[in-house]
Design a protein around this ligand. Structure first.
Ligand SMILES: Cc1ncc(COP(=O)(O)O)c(C=O)c1O
Length: 403
């Protein structure tokens, strides 16, 4: 009989033996969670300042979301899209309304939604813009992160994500993030879309220059190119507004959503756009067995319900200001730079002091979970249910680590 692991080290050894090592997790084995807090197998409690890369915007086990999932679990979980379910229409109506768009195409993971946005952009380009077949091009940004499929990694400039997965999908042009001249120069008659993250999350919470998103909107409209905003990490309340594009008053042609849309319970993603764009899909031209499943739709609809109140966006704004003020005080005291929008911060630790990975280890010892990205940067993105006192705990832990 295989023995059941109990301690942290037993669990970690088991995972090291049996789990493919495509991640390098911190040494904490989580067994329970509630709100902004998680508890490990040895009873240790930690403040979750990563929130599943924003998939847990509403915290762990949000009662409204758990109730929606539970009640759906007892009724109907999967139909496939071969049949209708009583959950899909209401979910898509509510999500489209939240986004101010006409149609929703539900998928599961973020990468699938990005793939869907790429496919719809190309098809739109051929059918509506008249681009010759097979010639469509999409402009993407340097430093992008849109997921892990072979097509998506084809236009990643991160060698770890990209290398050794060729042959690569053609049809993408990379320009510097935030550079409107370079973007304008890259657009040709064959360009169908500009795909961007309004704020680059994996890149280290990189915020483009003020006004750039508005310039992209104006340029794409003028040149007849779709503006596709990947709001998988930046959207759904994280930055203090429903979408990060809202911060500049910009409405893209296509929203790509995921992560928090599933409430941290099930994978739910979606592409949201007007009929002029999403209407190019016809039965059989795209699909997914699980996309739009009743369980995901019920949870997704409850997520939209939480966002429709505006409460979480307001919390992210208010508490984000507290987080930012605290982080700014650390600049010059072990922190080189801070970038913050709502409850989302990229913190560059002074490289001579320690790596982001070391900082994450030390924060773990202080009872705070974060994730490093790119060398000396850590990302702080607690669930939006976090309190001001808990923000203080994160800041105290960071101060302790930097001393
Ligand atoms: C902006 C963005 N797009 C796409 C993805 C991919 O999402 P998933 O991991 O659910 O495929 C991510 C994940 O981190 C992301 O941050």
């Amino acid at each position: 009989m295989p023995t059941t692991p109990h301690t942290t080290s037993e669990h970690v050894s088991l995972a090291e033996q049996w789990v493919a090592s495509n991640y390098s997790p911190l040494e904490v084995v989580i067994a329970h969670a509630e709100g902004a807090w998680v508890t490990d197998v040895e009873g240790g409690r930690y403040l979750d300042a990563l929130a599943g890369y924003s998939a847990l915007n509403f915290g762990h086990l949000h009662p409204t979301l758990v109730a929606a999932a539970r009640s759906q679990l007892d009724r109907l979980t999967l139909t496939s899209r071969a049949f209708h379910s009583d959950q899909l229409g209401p979910f898509c109506r509510d999500l489209a309304t939240l986004a101010g768009k006409e149609l929703v195409l539900p998928m599961n993971t973020g990468a699938e939604a990005v793939e869907t946005a790429i496919k719809v952009s190309r098809k739109w380009g051929y059918e509506r813009k008249g681009v010759p077949d097979g010639r469509a091009r999409i402009v993407v940004m340097a430093g992008n992160f849109h997921g892990r499929t072979t097509t998506i990694v084809s236009f990643s400039d991160d060698p770890i994500a990209h290398d050794e997965y060729g042959p690569y999908t053609p049809g993408f042009d990379i320009v510097p993030f935030g550079d409107i001249e370079a973007l304008e120069a890259a657009i040709t008659d064959e360009t169908v879309a500009v795909l961007l993250e309004p704020i680059q999350g994996e890149g280290g919470v990189i915020i483009p220059p003020d006004g750039w998103l508005r310039e992209v909107r104006e340029l794409t409209r003028r040149r007849g190119v779709l503006m596709v905003a990947d709001e998988i990490q930046s959207g759904l309340g994280r930055t203090g507004s429903t979408f990060a594009c809202d911060l500049e008053g910009v409405v893209p042609d296509v929203y790509v959503l995921g992560k928090a849309l599933g409430g941290g319970i099930v994978p739910v993603s979606a592409v949201v756009a007007d009929r002029e764009v999403l209407g190019v899909f016809t039965p059989g031209s795209h699909g997914s067995t699980f996309g739009g499943n009743p369980l995901g739709a019920a949870v997704g609809r409850a997520v939209v319900g939480l966002l429709a109140t505006g409460e979480f966006q307001e919390r992210a704004r208010r508490l984000g200001a507290v987080l930012e003020a605290g982080l700014r005080e650390l600049v010059g005291r072990g922190v080189e730079a801070v970038r913050c929008r709502g409850l989302w911060a990229g913190v560059d630790i002074e490289p001579g002091l320690m790596t982001g990975r070391e900082a994450s280890h030390r924060l773990l010892e202080q009872g705070v979970l974060v994730k490093d990205t790119h060398g000396s940067t850590i990302r702080i993105a607690p669930p939006l249910v976090v309190t001001e006192v808990e923000i203080g705990i994160i800041l105290d832990a960071l101060r302790a680590v930097l001393h």
